[in-house]
Design a protein around this ligand. Structure first.
Ligand code: KG4
Ligand code: ZN
Length: 340
């Protein structure tokens, strides 16, 4: 294999239309993201049909910009990598169809990438020293998983949510206190003005599966608290609600991650996904990892939320292993980790 492998990566699984050029999995030459958040926030969440249409409108533009910034063309890249699941089927199909068209027209290898594996590999971009094995918490709008990264492209799920994803809980609680969509960054900001000890919200445990998560009870507890205040005519301190809710989520996420890492004999821990950009989570994880002699890794916020650079990172290791997809590659909305 050539020493320099240049990958064009495409991501369109949800509400970000993104393209990136990544060399050898860790060197990001361009990372273009068109966020559709402004369109969807009118509706309080992602509207799948609108997302697909916007992806179609924007995808060529983001790819052109990514290539131009990196000083590459469709002829000079070595392979095209694309997210093919999990995600919204109509949204995924736009990226997959585009990648297949490029692969066919330019006779380039095509590699389908798992979105969550992409989130995990975002950690490689800024940490040249990070190598498997390590324990990774993946917390996003659609997923909350504890993943043991055994090797490049080899994963084992050792914990998962039984109901809501962590990001989903952030979004729902933010909506309930009138903060709008997406809720995570807004709760992160508002909680700095609140007291995390003001309200005692529950930390759910799953019987017999101590590494699993459950956030729906916490979400209900926040809604009950708000209803109670309303009925009794007590004014709600939104910053205290935000800070107390956030502390409950961060406490559970960090406790489970550190425990799973120690249980599985890992000495390195990483976090990934949109919720990994939460400042309180980063701080508490740092403290708990230090206390337990675990090396802690986290991506910059731009590589936590959806982007194509992470798909280029994950795709490179797949490409290197010889993974190639045919032009029959399809979008798989419920693609499992490790499924090829
Ligand atoms: O990874 P991502 O961009 O998309 C999915 O794959 O789901 O994650 C988006 C999720 C949203 O639920 C958003 O509210 C949450 O990540 N999020 C945050 C923060 N930034 C984004 N949650 C907590 N704190 C943040 N700073
Ligand atoms: Zn994501």
């Amino acid at each position: 294999m050539k020493e320099k492998t240049t990958i064009l990566a495409i991501e369109s699984s949800c509400d970000e239309t993104a393209a990136a050029v990544v060399v050898n999995g860790r060197d990001v030459r361009s990372n273009v993201i068109f966020s559709q958040i402004d369109l969807h926030k009118l509706y309080g969440g992602v509207v799948p049909e609108i997302a697909s249409r916007k992806h179609i409108e924007k995808i060529n533009q983001v790819i052109e910009e990514a290539l131009e910034t990196a000083g590459e063309t469709l002829d000079t890249i070595d392979a095209v990598c694309v997210t093919y699941g999990p995600g919204l089927v109509g949204a995924l199909l736009v990226g997959v169809a585009e990648a297949k068209a490029i692969a066919y027209a330019k006779k380039k290898p095509l590699v389908g990438v798992h979105h969550i594996e992409g989130h995990i590999c975002a950690n490689y971009i800024e940490h040249p020293d990070l190598e498997p094995p390590f324990m990774c918490l993946v917390a996003s709008g659609g997923h909350s998983h504890l993943v043991k990264v055994l090797d490049y492209g080899e994963y084992e799920i050792v914990g998962r949510t039984r109901d809501d994803a962590a990001g989903e809980a952030f979004d729902k609680v933010a909506r309930a206190i009138g903060l709008g969509y997406p809720g995570g960054p807004k709760i992160d900001k508002l909680s700095k003005e609140g007291d995390p000890k003001a309200i005692k919200f529950p930390r759910a445990k799953v019987e017999g599966a101590e590494n699993d998560f459950s956030f729906s009870g916490l979400k209900s507890a926040v809604l009950n608290y708000l209803n109670n205040c309303q009925m009794k005519g007590i004014p709600v301190n939104r910053a205290d609600v935000a800070a107390s809710f956030q502390e409950a989520v961060v406490d559970v996420l960090s406790e489970h991650t550190v425990r799973a890492a120690l249980e599985h004999g890992m000495d390195k821990v990483a976090i990934a996904g949109g919720v990994a950009s939460n400042q309180s989570l980063r701080k508490i994880m740092q403290e708990r990892c230090k206390k337990n002699n675990l090396e802690f890794y986290y991506p910059s916020p731009i590589y936590c939320t959806d982007n194509a650079a992470m798909i280029g990172a994950a795709g490179y290791y797949e490409y290197k292993k010889g993974v190639r997809h045919g032009l029959d590659l399809n979008a798989i909305p419920n693609l499992k980790i490790g499924q090829r």
